[in-house]
Design a protein around this ligand. Structure first.
Ligand code: F6R
Length: 617
């Protein structure tokens, strides 16, 4: 996710940048760095990458070298959530061009960075990092060398760069100016009493000014102490859109939401689109080069074993279906804490996929290591660059959900679901198991998911109202079949961990083999009843529950009156094909659990007895 900050005209540039970075640290903390134009017209740059203390180390270094010495000049800063390249000092922003004439910070993903870097290298540029960002510095250098002003060079970047970006750039020849550009990733600009500012979000700025503006897509800003100007991609001056905020700094960190969990629920469309970005085209083509497992090895895979814990395990259960349906190879799922103590006999040509939001979960890590010791290929799917599992796995795929602060996983779970779909499609491509038309249909549907998630979350109020009616219920049963089952498991886990209420999840067909004895008046059954070929069967199971006095809530398709007529309450979501349905189906259940927990007065960000990273057995 990353956070960027810029300030010009301050009487203590270093202190102002550090203050802003502290407020942006929630967006990532793999490294921190600043660049400031010195009065001698050189760029001063300092960066730090220390686990758990990048900003602290940066501040320490600066206090020794530069405290209070740089003022009224332009500076930029960055706090990193690593996506391309390990969390090291060399990969830390700001990045500079070949001559250190300019420095740049960036939040987002430059989709065409591989091709651009190759071209730049062939023209003699020297790269010093593994990041996608560094191409921006060298491209700007070339444009300026070709005779463009810095502003025009940044405008030219808009047509060269593909992907998402919010970037800020300083140049040694314009000591008081910050140049900024944006597409998709957020960027706010502002000014107050002779100080010009920019930041990734309002939270990092509102203690300095409430005179805030949103830089629009494909716009460039030129920020000086006394004024800022905004241009479109043709260089025509524009009026930026003002932002009105009544939030306190603390509320702004949560994006105006009452807690991190609701903020993260609403960040899910972005988490999804960032995870998919550059990895998938509507044609069905997939780009997962970062995997670093050669295609020939992947093509030889004969089975997949997915291993994980908790919500990641539920994502694995859904991912299995996509792998089987599209790549048509056997896929199994195991709970890491069980798998590691079995006498595992993993056949050769198995791909073991360890899924872990944190990349540090002890059970998953050891299960993955054990699999690796049997000589099979291992792949870590995680949200945290450089985490334990990424250092041991043969290949890594990152979800790009940004830091998840709420203990209960929401946006990371959704990102895992989408990334496993991309992997399934990649395997299908290598195996040749889908026609071009089928690949394209599947890809188009995955690409539509961020907008569908946004559309689903717009029904947040409807989900909340239903949930409030059940805030006092004590016994919940979550049922689903096939792809509805992982959704049921995830919904039940969310209710248990947040609301501290008993919630059992079963494959709906299993109820009659025992658990149905538990059903009595007062039991609440939450059934995942989105339309699929198993809909009639699941509704037959619903009848069995209702006959024994249960109240039934269905996660259904919008406008499905038949389902609505057969249950007591519905949580309506947009229709989607079954393989993509877990991404949509789980959303109302997150809101449901959140609402019940809030009604009980619980802290949803820090549920009792739980930890975000589970490093014990
Ligand atoms: C539930 C939750 C946990 C984690 C589990 C695995 O909301 O967050 O169940 O999914 O502890 O953690 P990771 O994914 O970090 O391995």
């Amino acid at each position: 996710m990353c956070g960027i900050i810029g300030i010009t005209g301050s009487d203590d540039t270093v202190a102002a940048l550090l203050d802003g970075l502290a407020l942006l640290e929630y967006r990532g903390y793999d490294s921190a760095g600043i660049a400031i134009v010195e009065p001698s017209n050189t760029i001063f740059r300092m960066r730090a990458a220390e686990q758990g203390g990048s900003l602290y180390h940066l501040a320490n270094g600066l206090s020794k070298e530069k405290a209070g010495s740089l003022n009224h000049t332009a500076g930029i800063g960055h706090t990193r959530w690593a996506t391309h390249g390990a969390p090291t000092v060399t990969n830390a922003h700001p990045h500079v061009d070949c001559t250190s004439a300019l420095a740049v910070v960036h939040n987002g993903i430059i989709e065409n960075h591989n091709r651009l870097a190759q071209e730049l290298k062939s023209r003699g540029h020297t790269f010093s990092s593994e990041t996608d960002t560094e191409v921006i510095a060298h491209l700007a250098e070339e444009q300026i060398a070709g005779g463009k002003s810095v502003k025009d060079a940044v405008i030219a970047l808009l047509t060269i760069l593909r992907g998402a970006f919010a970037l800020a750039l300083v140049h040694r020849d314009s000591p008081d100016t910050i140049y900024a550009a944006r597409r998709t990733s957020p960027l706010i600009i502002g000014s107050e009493s002779g100080v010009g500012l920019l930041a990734s979000d309002v939270a990092a700025m509102i203690d300095k000014t409430r005179n805030l503006f949103e830089l629009g897509d494909d716009q460039v800003a030129e920020i000086r102490p006394e004024e800022f100007k905004v241009y479109d991609h043709l260089g025509v001056e524009m009026q930026p859109k003002p932002i009105r905020v009544g939030w306190s700094t603390e509320a702004a960190r949560k994006g105006g939401f009452p807690d991190y969990m609701s903020k993260e629920i609403h960040e899910q469309p972005t988490a999804l689109s960032e995870t998919i970005l550059g990895r998938l085209e509507a044609s069905g083509a997939t780009y997962l080069e970062e995997l670093e497992i050669e295609d020939s090895r992947l093509a030889a895979i004969e089975r997949v074993l997915l291993v994980a814990c908790g919500s990641s395990y539920h994502a694995a259960l859904a991912g299995r279906h996509a792998i089987e349906a599209w790549a048509k190879i056997p896929a199994e799922v195991d709970i890491a804490s069980e798998m590691r103590y079995r006498a595992m006999q993993i056949p050769a040509n198995t791909l073991v996929v360890a899924i872990s939001q944190s990349g540090e979960t002890t059970d998953t890590y050891h299960a993955m290591r054990q699999a690796r010791s049997q000589g099979v290929i291992t792949l870590a799917v995680t949200n945290v660059v450089g985490s334990l599992m990424t250092r041991e796995a043969d290949g890594v795929l990152y979800t790009r959900a940004g830091p998840e602060i709420g203990v209960a996983s929401t946006k990371c779970h959704i990102a895992q679901l989408a990334l496993l779909q991309c992997l399934a499609l990649r395997l299908a491509d290598l195996k040749g198991t889908l026609s071009d038309a089928e690949k394209s249909a599947v890809a188009t549907e995955i690409l539509a998911l961020p907008a569908l998630v946004e559309q689903t979350l717009a029904s947040h109020e409807q989900f909340r109202k239903v949930a409030e009616r059940y805030a006092e219920s004590r016994d919940f049963y979550y049922l689903g079949r096939r792809l509805g089952f992982p959704v049921a498991l995830e919904g039940a886990l969310k209710l248990k961990e947040l609301a501290y209420v008993r919630a059992e999840a079963y494959p709906a067909g299993e109820m009659k083999h025992g658990p149905i004895s538990l059903i009595e008046p007062g039991s609440v059954v939450v059934v995942v009843a989105k339309r699929s070929s198993l809909w009639e069967k699941i509704m037959a199971n619903v009848e069995e529950m209702r006959a024994r006095g249960a109240t039934v809530i269905a996660v259904s398709d919008e406008g499905d009156e038949e389902t609505a007529s057969l249950v007591d309450d519905v949580l309506e979501t947009p229709p989607v094909t079954e393989v993509c349905s877990p991404v949509i189906g789980v959303l109302p259940l997150q809101v449901f659990a959140y609402t019940v927990a809030k009604a009980k007065g619980h802290d949803v960000d820090r549920p009792r007895n739980l930890a975000k990273v589970v490093t014990v057995e």
